[in-house]
Design a protein around this ligand. Structure first.
Ligand code: ACO
Length: 371
């Protein structure tokens, strides 16, 4: 029996959604560098789901479908209003809301291709409406619905802030969405596939994936990166902070990767976006601190930044609250989760590995009154 901690090196499935080969990431065979430089996030969703790039007309129709499916029902916003804001992490809110969406969908358990497509559109559209609505409700503001003439990226920022974003912010956010859309068999995608391989429904698969994404070793790292930058707060304290962390054998959030050996190809785009946004906002402190951290961690530990490291300063520069960083990861990654769920349904077999039992053996049961 093959045994490997954390399933390292195990090939658990075949997939045609995305690949990481020799440190190059592709979605459906397209290099993510090209998609990040030239595509809209909506095009990428279409590519992931339909396995080809859309024509202009297909893209326009797809955009409309997304916008038409973005409205939240009154019951859901009423439920959000009742959540305990002081204790609710937005990822917990998102999980609760996504699982409750199933209760308002008559075809929730229907796993035909057509029903799954309708669910996919709803989930893709509504995750960003939920995150933006929650962010506004907790500040005592009314939720906003998307505008038909804005892109997915611009609409999220609009629904969050109530203002149409400038072109630099829209472009930066679009790029971040493209870069986070899919990533082969990462922990949350694997979770989604394990869940639906029992023939459970898409809402359950996405809720399970959200739970896995929330953890600090996965999508939760971006929020922790900002927390760390805030704690350090001054470029002169970066070196002492890192030396102390190395000494205490603490993990530095936003560094390292299970698969990439020579660096995460997404990090360079986020580093450049962080630099550009620092120029636009005039606040270059976080970018400069991040750059110094990268240099020291690389030199001392040989570790390179992953997608989460520079996304922290990018989202901060876009004026996004820090506890929304991981939910923002989710509003992009849901596109990849859906593509993998559809692929799993197409050629399904229950995912059920074995465990190597290392516990006690041959125990004798002693009745409770004799223990
Ligand atoms: N800081 C310090 N040391 C690290 C880091 C880090 N960020 N990452 C790996 N290492 C060290 C480990 O301590 C370990 O050292 P050891 O062999 O001396 O004990 C060695 O490198 C291997 O690390 P593992 O944790 O076993 O590597 P694994 O492949 O299991 O984990 C992971 C990969 C989870 C990404 C890890 O690098 C990490 O914890 N990074 C910080 C959290 C993070 O940024 N997560 C986001 C990942 S990207 C994403 O999911 C979107």
């Amino acid at each position: 029996m093959l045994k490997t901690k954390g399933l390292e090196g195990v090939v658990a499935t075949t997939s045609s959604v995305s690949s990481i080969i020799d440190d190059v990431l592709t979605y459906r065979g397209f290099n993510v560098d090209d998609l990040a430089n030239y595509s809209d996030f909506e095009e990428v969703i279409y590519l992931l789901w339909f396995k080809r790039l859309p024509t202009s007309q297909q893209l326009a129709e797809f955009r409309n479908e997304l916008i038409e499916s973005a409205s939240l029902n009154r019951e859901l916003t009423a439920m959000i209003e009742k959540l305990p804001i002081e204790n609710a992490h937005p990822m917990s809110v998102l999980m609760t809301c996504v699982s409750s969406l199933a209760m308002y969908d008559a075809e929730a358990d229907e796993i035909s291709q057509e029903a799954n497509y309708r669910k996919a559109i709803r989930l893709q559209a509504q995750l960003s409406s939920i995150v933006a609505a929650y962010a506004r409700i907790r500040e005592g503001k009314e939720p906003l619905m998307p505008k038909s003439d804005l892109s997915f990226a611009a609409n999220f920022l609009y629904m969050l802030n109530g203002e149409i974003p400038d072109k630099t912010s829209e472009r930066a956010f679009n790029k971040a969405l493209v870069l986070h859309a899919d990533h082969e068999l990462n922990a949350s995608t694997f979770t989604a596939r394990v869940c639906v391989a029992t023939l459970s429904d898409m809402y359950s698969g996405i809720t399970a994936a959200l739970g896995a994404l929330k953890g600090p070793l996965h999508g939760g790292a971006n929020e922790r990166v900002m927390k760390m930058l805030n704690e350090i707060n001054d470029i002169d304290y970066v070196e002492p902070y890192l030396q102390r962390s190395f000494k205490n054998k603490e993990k530095i959030m936003g560094f390292g990767h299970r698969v990439y050996k020579d660096g995460d190809p997404r990090a360079k785009h986020l580093r450049e976006m962080s630099r550009q946004l620092a120029e636009v906002t005039g606040e270059d402190k976080w970018y400069n601190m991040s750059l110094t951290m990268e240099q020291i961690v690389r030199k001392e530990k040989g570790l390179l930044p992953n997608v989460d490291f520079y996304s922290a300063s990018v989202y901060h520069s876009l004026g996004i609250q820090h506890d929304l960083f991981t939910p923002i990861f989710a509003i992009s990654r849901v596109s990849g989760w859906v593509a993998h769920i559809l692929e799993q349904y197409e050629n399904n077999r229950l995912i059920r590995p074995r465990a190597d039992y290392v516990g006690a053996k041959h125990q004798t049961y002693i009745p409770i009154n004799l223990r």
